[in-house]
Write a protein that binds this ligand. Sequence first.
Ligand code: FNR
Length: 183
Amino acid sequence: ETKNVAILVGSLRKESYSRKIANIFASLFPEDCAVSFVEIGNLELYNQDYDDENNAPESYKAFRDTMRAMDAVLFVTPEYNRSVPSVLKNALDVGSRPYGKSIWNTKPAAVVSVSPGSMGAFGANHHLRQALVFMNMPTLQQPEAYIGNVRNILKDGEVEDGHTMVFFQSVVDAFVNLIHLYE
Ligand code: FNR
């Protein structure tokens, strides 16, 4: 049975390294996974007044409907100020409400964090994991995917180094195993 895997990218910029890494991860899933990018840049800033269904922006409804059909979520995100970019946190908050109707509940997740720095990507990864605990998403523990020095890894949107690709594939394989564990 096909598994629907959503990829959410925590950067909106055109030349985002995170999106380039996400494209590579997307290509590594097996055939029984239907992978799709779900865009989050059009979501209005979350406001609790919108929990009233009559007030909810169209973008919220569309996002929640799309995500409800997903079996699992791969987050690929940069680190902003040692935390998660607000655009991604906003999407988490939108999806988590109205209370009791969270679209995240029980969906398996994996976190890939990306940074051009050598010390980056840990903070965003673990701040995101903190939210995933509360949202009750069984999250891939190992291998952890902190993609540092990303400029050295990417050449024209591709990864040339074989060891890096083997590592990326091992992350996807472990995530797919996790997805099947929770079916
Ligand atoms: C950054 N950047 C950054 N990098 C990092 O490793 N740790 C950090 O805490 C931060 N903080 C931060 C804050 C803000 C507001 C910006 C705009 C940037 C640098 C960041 O990693 C770099 O811009 C990446 O290229 C962003 O990811 P994308 O857009 O290439 O996917």
